[in-house]
Design a protein around this ligand. Structure first.
Ligand SMILES: [Zn+2]
Length: 392
């Protein structure tokens, strides 16, 4: 277009320009004024051609240089990225190698082949890790009191903490780390148990609130429940849903530990036996106290105290734990294994929270050394209205 303008404005060649009367428009005029007219190609001097060629060469060279420079910059960026990635990878490899070395050192420390100074350093680190785990778990053990459904998880944590305490001074680095892991795992179980109980309590409270809200609704809008059993029938049914169980006879050759009480340590109560005919055994002093309690109970309530369970041996506790899971105490920790606990039947109308029998037992049991433990009470960590223990 500029060539056409230059021709038309100079008038050197009409054949290439617009015909007379043809409107070339303001844009052409603007272009013509912005750029000085050039002579036709045929009349250009050689210098102009040389300059043009030089400009072309310079332009091409500049473009080539520009591309090269750009490429170089891009390549440089990529090289920097690659270097950063490589450095990061090398760091990771070095960290992994250090970790492997640390493990190897710990293992060597355990095997006694590491240098004394190195072994001491590894052991110091492991001991610090164990101490930190023990401190934290100790806090959890304290704060979780009465806050778990099954105290067995807390007892287990106590056992692990005891082992850590006993071994910390002399254990190898490897053993210290293993202890720290055991403490952390046992603590985690307690934390989980507390969370589970909190969740269950929240759900129960929400259900109670829903029930209260439903009860507060006007009768006309309350839904009918034609097939529901009468409340009295429902509330008096046994609350026990596990497998049948029986009390245990004395353990032959028992060493006196939990669930291994010999006949010499036990005495049977006089007024009742279980459904298989096994007498209800308790530690002799607890049995004697329960005899006195039952005499008073019968005088007040008009019938003997019924029993479901007294002494339970270790083998039976193992079986019940297998059948019931965490509802049953960890074998070796049950108060029934000591001969100092009784369960009355799980009959809510007879022995439940609001029954006359329970009211009497809670009020007068302590006179005979028999109590409802705090954890077994309503609002306790594991409410069991049927469970009582002898505290002397
Ligand atoms: Zn019990």
């Amino acid at each position: 277009m500029s060539r056409t303008v230059s021709i038309s404005t100079t008038g050197a060649s009409r054949s290439a320009g617009p015909r007379p009367g043809t409107c070339v428009g303001p844009r052409l005029r603007w272009t013509a004024s912005a750029r000085p007219p050039r002579p036709p190609a045929a009349s250009r001097p050689p210098e102009a051609e040389i300059r043009r060629a030089a400009v072309t060469v310079v332009t091409v060279a500049s473009v080539a240089l520009g591309v090269t420079a750009g490429g170089w910059a891009w390549t440089a960026d990529r090289r920097a990225d690659d270097a950063a990635l490589r450095a990061a990878a090398e760091e990771r490899v070095a960290a992994a190698a250090l970790a492997v070395d640390a493990d190897r050192s710990a293992a060597a420390a355990g095997a006694g082949v590491l240098g004394a100074a190195g072994a001491a350093s590894v052991r110091t680190g492991s001991r610090a890790a164990l101490d930190a785990a023990v401190t934290q778990a100790g806090g959890t053990l304290t704060s979780s009191a009465e806050r778990v459904d099954d105290d067995a998880v807390r007892q287990a944590l106590g056992v692990v903490l005891g082992a850590a305490d006993a071994e910390a001074a002399t254990a190898s680095a490897v053993r210290l780390r293993a202890l720290a892991a055991e403490v952390a795992a046992a603590e985690r179980a307690v934390v989980d148990a507390v969370a589970a109980r909190d969740a269950a309590q929240a759900a129960a409270q929400a259900a109670a609130e829903r029930e209260a809200a439903a009860a507060a609704r006007p009768r006309a809008t309350a839904p009918r429940a034609p097939a529901a059993p009468a409340p009295a029938d429902r509330s008096c049914a046994t609350t026990y849903a596990g497998p049948a169980f029986y009390t245990s006879p004395p353990t032959e050759g028992g060493d006196g530990s939990n669930g291994r009480l010999p006949a010499s340590a036990l005495a049977a109560v006089s007024w009742t036996r279980d459904s298989r005919g096994t007498p209800f055994y308790l530690r002799a002093d607890a049995a004697a106290a329960l005899e006195r309690l039952n005499a008073a109970f019968r005088a007040a309530l008009g019938h003997d105290l019924a029993l479901d369970l007294t002494y339970r041996d270790l083998d039976t506790q193992v079986a019940m734990r297998a059948a019931l899971g965490s509802v049953a105490a960890v074998p070796g920790t049950s108060s029934h294994g000591t001969g100092l606990a009784i369960d009355v039947p799980e009959l809510p109308c007879t022995y439940g929270w609001d029954s006359a029998a329970r009211a009497w037992l809670v009020a007068h049991g302590p006179t005979y050394g028999w109590v409802s433990p705090a954890w077994a009470r309503q609002g306790g960590s594991n409410p069991e209205y049927w469970h009582y223990e002898y505290r002397g």
